[in-house]
Design a protein around this ligand. Structure first.
Ligand SMILES: Nc1nc2[nH]cnc2c(=O)[nH]1
Length: 338
């Protein structure tokens, strides 16, 4: 592979001139520039990012310690992170860890060895061993994207999942429902837990009791939504509305309702959470709560770059604001005041 020295020799100039031509850091005469670019082309020279990194002490790379890019929600956030990195001239290194501590350890070590400039963390579950692991690597500028606790050494985002869950329940209540069930995301995940708490709070505030069998603690999988609706719709007392803690759960829920011969929203109303791209094409199009995934990605990266570039050491927290997206999966319930 050609080096900068080869290019300089080929073009009959110094390596410094080659560097100035490539980086546009100084005036260089047009014919010299042309000779350098011709040599670069002829030798298929590509500037070494490694050599550059050694010189400037940064790598223009960001690590993302993620959960699983196969889930539609994470896929959309990761795509937005990648796009934001690209726009700022950074390369993203994606590490899917599937909540496996060994993988988290191994990837963190690799990212540290690769000298990433900063780390985005979206691991879903923040148990003590993971937190110690992150703290042990606090020398790397860090932003946690799905946890609202102030850790002191990282920045973080408050996604207001509690408010989002509250909005979902309020909407169902305002549409005249009181028999409301829920199939939650996993309760050891911050997003799953906060959304569920907000949902319960709205019911309590409206003096609505929820039957214990109407609360199905699940995880963010369509199968869980499917199985959940199968159980709910076989109960003697069926709910008229259902809040699913994630759109992928709602996908399974709609499928089960159809398989059992129930119509959505006529027989049961369904509301989801996340507003993943495909929900517009669900049958019926899903009413859901918008998790601002692009803002999450852009804000997380901006804050991380602020830590990296401005050497900020104090922790900052930023907020996202969920919003209702009305489509066609919720009908008026029996208690609607006209
Ligand atoms: N694991 C997981 N966590 C989430 N948090 C918000 N949405 C999701 C999802 O679809 N899966």
């Amino acid at each position: 592979m050609a080096t900068i020295k080869d290019v300089a020799k080929h073009a009959g100039v110094s390596t410094t001139t080659v560097s100035h031509v490539i980086n546009k850091t100084r005036f260089v005469a047009e014919d010299t520039k042309a000779a350098v670019w011709a040599a670069i082309k002829e030798l298929s020279y590509s500037p070494s990012a490694v050599a550059r990194s050694l010189k400037v002490n940064n790598t223009k790379t960001i690590g993302l310690l993620a959960t699983a890019s196969g889930s539609p929600y994470f896929a959309e956030v990761i795509q937005a992170v990648e796009e934001a990195c690209y726009k700022k001239g950074y390369t993203l290194i994606l590490c899917n860890t599937q909540n496996d501590l060994e993988k988290q350890q191994a990837y963190l070590a690799m990212l540290a060895q690769k000298r990433v400039d900063g780390l985005l963390v979206m691991c879903s579950e923040y148990h003590p061993p993971l937190l110690s692991l992150l703290e042990n690597n606090h020398a790397i500028p860090m932003m946690v994207m799905d946890w609202n606790k102030h850790s002191g050494f990282t920045d973080n985002i408050e996604d207001n999942g509690f408010h989002g869950g509250y909005l979902a329940a309020r909407y169902l209540i305002e549409r005249g429902h009181r028999e409301i069930a829920t199939i939650t995301g996993q309760q050891n995940e911050f997003t799953g837990r906060e959304r569920h708490k907000g949902f319960l709070h709205a019911l309590k505030e409206a003096n609505i009791d929820i039957l214990p069998e109407w609360i199905i603690e699940a995880d963010f999988q369509p199968q869980e939504g499917y199985d959940g609706v199968m159980k709910l719709m076989k109960l003697k007392k069926r709910p008229t509305a259902l809040f699913c803690g994630g759109d992928v759960i709602a996908m399974g829920a709609l499928c089960a309702a159809g398989d059992m011969g129930f119509r959505v929203p006529e027989d049961i109303s369904v509301i989801g959470y996340d507003n993943i791209r495909h929900t517009r094409f669900y049958n019926p199009p899903l009413t859901t709560i918008q998790q601002p995934k692009e803002s999450l990605a852009v804000m997380a990266l901006d804050m991380l770059l602020d830590r990296i570039i401005n050497k900020r050491e104090t922790s900052h927290s930023i907020e996202l604001h969920p919003e209702l997206v009305e489509r066609k999966s919720v009908a008026d319930g029996p208690y609607l005041k006209k």
